[in-house]
Design a protein around this ligand. Structure first.
Ligand SMILES: [Zn+2]
Length: 342
C-alpha cells in the first residue's frame, strides 16, 4: 500500500488514516458513460476498496471520444458498459472489488443498490434518474454528488441528506421532457467531463476521508468554451418546504411502475422494461434460437441482438430491451411484445 498510494498519503488532506478509510469504503457509481468512466477510474486509482457500478447501456463507437474506460474492441463487440468498466478497472487496480451490474436504475432497485454504500456518485444522463436517486439517498441518509455535462457546460453539487439542500430544494422541477439539450442533440466535448468529474471525485475524497468542512457547499457551474466559472453558495439547511427533505414525500420512489415502462434514450431509440423485476434472468441462448427465424441474431453472455428490417432490438438478461430505429413508444412496445413476449 505504501508505494502505490505514497503520493496520496503525502497529501495532507488524506494522509495514512485517510487512505485507510478509502480502502475500506464502498461507492456506488450510477451510470458509466463519460462522467461515470472518469469517476470510476479516479476512485479505483485512489484505492477506494469497493466500487459498485450500474449502467443499462452498451458501448458504441460514438462513446469513445469521451468515455475513457472503453476501447474500440468494446464498441465492436457492443459490450455492456458496466462489464467493460469492470474489466478495465481490474487492469488498473486489481485490489479494488468491482461489483458491476447491467441494469436500469429505477424505483424497484435503487434502494437495494444504495445499501451498504458510503456515497453515491451521479454519472447518469437524465433528470428522472437523478430525482429518483435524490429521494433514495435522502431517505437512506447517504450523501450523493450530482453532476451533469452537455456541450461545453457542466454543473455539480453535493447533497448531504438533511444537512444541506437536496436536488429538489435547489431545482424544484426537472426541465420539461425533451426541452433540455442532451449530448445526443447538442453534443459534448471531453474537457467539460473532466472538469465536472474532477470536482465530483474531489468531493468524494473529502467525504470518504471525513473532511466535511472542506466541501465546496455550492452549485458549481462551468463553461469551458465560454470561459465562465460560477459558484452559487448554498449556505444553510434544506428548504423548509421541500417535499423530500422536509416532508419525506418520495414521489419518484413511490410511483407505480407501469407495464413495459418506456423511456426515450437518445435519438431514434426507446428503452422498455417489464413492470417488475424478473424472478430469474432470461435464458439468452434459448431466446436467440427462437429469434433466428425472425432476422439476424447475435448473442453473447449479456445480451441478444436482433436486426429486423429497420429495427434493432437488444434484449438483456433482466428482460429489458433497447429498441433502435424508432422513437415512437408504441412502435417499440409492439416490437417488444412481438419478439420478446410480455
Ligand atoms: Zn430537499
Amino acid at each position: 500500500m505504501n508505494e502505490r498510494y505514497s503520493r496520496q498519503i503525502l497529501f495532507a488532506g488524506i494522509g495514512r488514516e485517510g487512505q485507510e478509510r478509502l480502502l475500506a469504503a464502498r461507492v456506488l457509481i450510477v451510470g458509466c458513460g463519460a462522467l461515470g468512466s472518469a469517476q470510476a477510474e479516479a476512485l479505483a486509482r485512489a484505492g477506494v476498496g469497493r466500487l459498485r457500478v450500474v449502467d443499462r447501456d452498451f458501448v458504441e463507437e460514438s462513446n469513445l471520444q469521451r468515455q475513457t474506460l472503453f476501447t474500440e474492441r468494446d464498441a465492436r463487440e457492443r459490450v455492456p458498459k458496466a462489464a467493460a468498466c469492470a474489466r478495465r478497472l481490474a487492469e488498473i487496480n486489481g485490489d479494488v472489488a468491482v461489483e458491476a451490474e447491467v441494469a436500469d436504475v429505477y424505483q424497484g432497485n435503487v434502494e437495494r443498490l444504495i445499501t451498504n454504500c458510503d456515497l453515491v456518485l451521479d454519472g447518469t444522463d437524465n433528470f428522472s434518474t437523478r430525482y429518483l436517486l435524490n429521494e433514495a439517498c435522502v431517505k437512506r441518509g447517504v450523501s450523493w454528488v450530482y453532476g451533469a455535462a452537455v456541450g461545453s457546460y457542466g454543473v455539480t453539487m453535493t447533497v448531504r441528506p438533511r444537512r444541506t439542500p437536496c436536488l429538489r430544494c435547489v431545482f424544484e422541477e426537472a426541465p420539461a421532457a425533451a426541452s433540455a439539450p442532451t449530448c445526443d442533440t447538442a453534443g459534448v466535448i471531453m474537457p467539460i467531463i473532466s472538469v465536472v468529474a474532477a470536482v465530483q471525485v474531489t468531493e468524494a475524497l473529502k467525504l470518504l476521508t471525513g473532511h466535511d468542512a472542506d466541501l465546496h457547499r455550492s452549485l458549481m457551474q462551468f463553461d469551458v468554451w465560454r470561459n465562465e466559472w460560477r459558484r452559487i453558495a448554498l449556505q444553510g439547511e434544506p428548504a423548509a418546504d421541500c417535499p423530500v427533505c422536509a416532508h419525506a414525500r418520495y414521489e419518484m420512489l413511490e410511483a407505480e411502475v407501469g407495464e413495459l415502462a418506456a423511456a426515450l434514450c437518445g435519438r431514434d431509440a426507446v428503452q422498455l422494461r417489464p413492470a417488475r423485476p424478473q424472478a430469474s434472468p432470461i435464458d439468452l441462448s434459448a431466446l436467440a434460437e427462437r429469434l433466428r427465424a425472425a432476422g439476424e441474431v447475435k448473442v453473447n453472455e449479456y445480451l441478444v441482438r436482433l436486426r429486423v428490417g429497420q429495427y434493432e432490438l437488444t434484449i438483456f438478461r433482466d428482460a429489458r430491451a433497447i429498441i433502435r430505429g424508432t422513437d415512437d413508444l408504441n412502435t417499440a412496445r409492439t416490437l417488444y411484445t412481438r419478439y420478446v413476449g410480455d
